[in-house]
Write a protein that binds this ligand. Sequence first.
Ligand SMILES: [Zn+2]
Length: 148
Amino acid sequence: MKPSHDEILQAIEIARKAGENSFNFISGNSIGACIIASDGKMFGGCIVENDISGLGVCAERSAIFHAVVEGYYTFKAIVVANHEMIFPCGACLQNLTLFSLITDEPIYVISATFDGNYEIHELSELLPKGYKTNHNLDAIKSFKKHST
Ligand SMILES: [Zn+2]
């Protein structure tokens, strides 16, 4: 289900606060994210850079992993927030695509500024041909029961 305007504003605030903790010694760019679970619970994430290529992680995946740590696997939306509007990278969109297989419900991707402007898209709109595995599908879908 599409998040409400109030939910989106709350998620932007969580993303803004998470973004303040960005480990961004390379880019200096603060990027925050907030994933909204199917039941409305929200989890923040921030960019975590690394000086070894490929070891850093984007704010969006940081938020997703934060939710998983707390036992949440089904999501209705993710917010990425910055001082200007940016969109998730392909890797983060692909990562969300995997979680979208658990429920087959749409996941909304919200690009926001820290001061509360946003635009909303469906994940399938931003990554229309994302890889959807046919392997281990039952095992992937079994995580639906773990989510509240
Ligand atoms: Zn990314």
